[in-house]
Ligand binder design. Structure first.
Ligand SMILES: [Zn+2]
Ligand SMILES: [Zn+2]
Length: 340
């Protein structure tokens, strides 16, 4: 049976599954796309037909409107679907709500495209499922030994300790609008924070879709209409671009926080004027990337984007053949992009 390198090919539009006649996360408009998740670098507008998880389709429609796709087809977790000469299946990737790994079986060979993923538990999305395969296509955003994410719960504990220590100030946390924002809210709720959480307007639409999809986020209020005094001692979430901006300076003595895997690098935090860096990432860290390669047992790993060299070197020492796909166009959103 043909090896996946014969039927799954990196083209300028993205990864092309020839026997299925579709692209995975294409960066240009195509006839048939399978989308791993709704971050804008993976879910682009203008495809004719899109297959994805139901939650991903809902998030795409909220972001892209009618331009999301002409024909949308949802596929449930673990449901096999025959597409051309390929058996297609989606399994959770644990990255954000709806995020999927694309499992393709052709003949008796199987390739899995992870999309973006993490292994740490996340109360807002289904956890990563290990799928044994012949070729594992992985991201490598944080593929350097320096990147080790602490438990997110401990970082939330640091945030709440700071809120308790500075009751006269307003904590404003920079976070991406899809995924990180809702995970922070859910983690705060799990840690017992039942007061209102205030949102910059850019974060509200994605929170609404999460709620519609059954993820409870509690009492959320717009930060823009709240009185300055109401926000004292409170927690405000805002996009990374807004926290260092005039927008945040109108708050009462703001404590600027940022939730990102990049906060592991002190220099980045200092450059961004971040007073309280929180190392919370929705991408696998170095240990998770390596453990996942071992768990899926693939003799061959292809790396889509990120720091491919270190990962390829590390898996090579364990007898796994690594290859950089050199796909361009990924990393425009979420942690793949360093905060400004
Ligand atoms: Zn992503
Ligand atoms: Zn990405």
């Amino acid at each position: 049976m043909p090896h996946p390198s014969r039927w799954l090919k990196p083209l300028p539009q993205g990864l092309w599954c020839e026997p299925g006649g579709f692209f995975v996360d294409p960066t240009r408009p195509v006839d048939r796309a399978v989308i791993t998740h709704a971050h804008s670098d993976h879910a682009r507008p203008g495809h004719r037909a899109v297959l994805a998880s139901g939650a991903t389709l809902a998030l795409m429609q909220a972001r892209l409107g009618a331009g999301a796709c002409a024909a949308c087809q949802p596929l449930g977790w673990g449901e096999p679907l025959r597409v051309g000469e390929v058996e297609l299946m989606l399994q959770p990737a644990g990255h954000v709500l709806g995020s999927a790994q694309v499992v393709m079986t052709h003949g008796n060979t199987r390739a899995v495209v992870s999309g973006d993923y993490k292994r740490a538990p996340d109360p807002t999305c289904a956890g990563f499922v290990v799928v044994p395969c012949d070729v594992f296509v992985t991201e490598a955003t944080f593929a350097l030994p320096v990147f080790r994410h602490p438990p997110a719960e401990a970082e939330i504990g640091r945030l709440l300790a700071s809120v308790a220590l500075f009751p006269e100030r307003t904590h404003v946390v920079g976070c991406y609008s899809l995924g990180k924002c809702q995970r922070l809210i859910a983690l705060l709720r799990a840690a017992g924070w039942d007061r209102p959480i205030y949102l910059h307007g850019a974060l509200a639409p994605m929170c609404r879709v999460y709620e519609q999809q059954g993820v409870r986020l509690g009492d959320l209020r717009p930060a823009t209409v709240a009185a300055r005094a109401e926000l004292i001692g409170g927690i405000v979430l805002a996009p990374p671009s807004a926290v260092a901006d005039r927008w945040a300076r109108r708050l009462a003595e703001p404590v600027v926080c940022m939730a990102s895997g990049w906060m592991r690098v002190r220099q980045r935090a200092r450059q961004g004027g971040v007073e309280l860096p929180l190392v919370i990432s929705d991408h696998a860290d170095w240990d998770e990337l390596n453990a996942t390669v071992d768990d899926v047992g693939a003799p061959e790993v292809w790396v889509t984007h990120g720091r491919e060299e270190a990962l390829i070197h590390a898996v090579g020492k364990r007898g796994v053949k690594g290859q950089a796909l050199g796909l361009v166009g990924y990393g425009d959103e979420d942690d793949a992009e360093a905060p400004a």
